[in-house]
Design a protein around this ligand. Sequence first.
Ligand code: HDE
Length: 713
Amino acid sequence: MTDHPNRPPASPEPRGVSEQSKQEQLSESRKDSRGQYLTTNQGLRVSDTDNSLTAGLRGPTLLEDFHLREKMMHFDHERIPERVVHARGSGAYGYFQVYEPLTELTRARVFQDPSVKTPVFVRFSTVAGFRGSADTVRDVRGFSVKFYTEEGNWDLVGNNMPVFFIQDAVKFPDLVHAVKPEPHHQMPQASAAHDTFWDFISLMPETAHNVMWVLSDRALPRSYRMMEGFGVHTFRFVNAEGKARFVKFHWRPVLGTASLVWDEAQKIAGKDPDFNRRDLWEAIEKGDFPEYELGVQIVEEEDEHRFDFDLLDATKIIPENEVPVRIVGKMTLNRNPDNFFAETEQVAFHPGHVVPGIDFTNDPLLQGRLFSYLDTQLIRLGGPNFAQLPINRPVAPVHNNQREGYGQQTIHRGRVSYFPNSLGDGTPRPAPEAEGGYVHYAERVAGHKIRGRSPSFADHFTQPAMFWHSLTPPEQDHLVEAAQFELGKVEVFAIRERMVHEYLNRIDHSLAVRVAEGIGVEPPTEDASPAVTGRVPEVGVEARKRTDSIRTRKVAVLAADGVDDAGLSAVRQALTDAGATVEVISRFQKPLQGEGGEVKVDKSFMTTASVMYDAVFVPGGPASIDALKGQGDALHFLNESFKHGKAIGAAGEGVALLRAADLAGVDLSGPQGQPDLGVVTSDGAELVNLTQGFIAAVAQHRFWNRPKGQVPA
Ligand code: HDE
């Protein structure tokens, strides 16, 4: 007897992906209601959605008003629990392409064929803040990638920092409770700068490395398009012969890294809490598709113990001067989601979503994560069928005997929902390895059942010290200021003292002394830091910035009536030719009368601020400059840009506005301003030279050598 009169095909469904595979699948779920009649969820056309059904015009509402009841019921249930961590996120679609086959390293199909574009969905996030919190807080950023491969979904659920705070998953609830708003009054939002976090940190030396990253400029990305990503854990690559190697994953933004400064980040959090989300969205809408190269660090199995740290310890990096990063492919993000909730909110990542050729290690943090992520989806997405949500569905065929559950979308046909069976021809059946069946790497393990930590995990301070020594002096200054800010917000003095004496002083003595000074703690007298010989050149944002392009940077132009519109056009043309975006800012958001013609105004001082831009330019035009000199907003704009290290340019009479702004008394008497300080001017007519000089300054991102301490902004 057969299982069903319509017998399923006897052979497995074909597999394979193209860049469009996921989009084609999603299009089945997309709906556009333009031009349609309003209906109930039962498809009944609704005649009136403005008035409840009542007994008389001023009478009570009737129970039989099914439309009101259904509409309200749905509304009352619109919210789902936010993620316990990484609640605030932004997503985008794209594809991944390998540069050359990685056959010798891994059998994963996603790494075999350079002509294949594997669809991806990426979600960037902050960690501590709630779903509606600001983007530009000091925090780790999540960097999750879901590859919809022909062999099933592979999730690389990483962060923008290569290490984590703790070594063992069992400490994760403690860490998260400590950093989240304090339970009695639910403050502060999206900030680690409070007692419970630093209390926990000060008692947990293993956090030191990640703490250094989080106090550094890496925690303030200028854009999701300009930050790195890391798989953090050591994973395994396994090739078709079954040979395994250790692998660490890295994402490198093609635009290079860039960060905000803390004062700026805090101001942006008020001016535009969606700063990073908006930046990602707008870049994709404009066609400036964010790109990231994927890099791998490979360690042979036999070299597992050759390092002075443990590969299974997620608080350590493998310094790139010991194991170089090999760039193997590129991811391009080229499509915004259609609906935030359906896609970005409902996407469910899980480090346990792997494909043949990618396997785990015994990193105790990773092992714990493998347990956690399914749990979280159950509470968040309301049941076990979340893999059927459009964003989560693999493009690879899904066949198994899992049935029913809340929100079941699939109409499974036939009598068979068990294995083995004869009524379904013994299918769906396990696939042999040669047919893509996943076989776990047969690592040999032996040991006593024990709660403990390997001594190879014990060195908590050498790599943080290496991190400190590898930063440029301005980056060290920023880190000291960050620690002074964070610890300065700690009310219990003993925690501040513990952080300085028993923690920072074990990383670097000068660091501890400098931080102590800012927070009223007696500086330590003994140096308890490790001797650092190695240097890891790659750690700071500066080490990875790109200064050969200004692509996608945003330049503000300050203007008023009477602006030299010809000069403005020439500068705008040069900047946009180089890939930047230019916005004209004036007192009011209405066209200006330039010397020669009308000039469109993009924003007013009311609707924008210097912190939204990478650089500022002041064109000439005597009347424009006279007007701007009388506008505090314009002077503040320049001072703030100066304080935040941004390139400043001025042409002709525009230089007078810089003088009026004072800019910490920088001497602008020379013909070109102070290019070394990123202030580029031209009193004469050489606009071409000026523009080139200004573009070169914008490309530098920031000028840290300015006397910013005197700037009032
Ligand atoms: Fe997560 N983490 N995590 N995490 N994590 C979650 O899963 C967890 C860790 C990371 O964009 C949760 O779906 C434990 C390291 C990202 O949707 C939860 C431990 C790294 C995201 C969870 C860690 C991450 C999450 C909450 C310690 C970098 C956002 C919502 C063992 C490699 C994914 C969710 C997205 C989300 C648990 C540590 C990255 C609770 C138990 C290390 C990027 O399951």
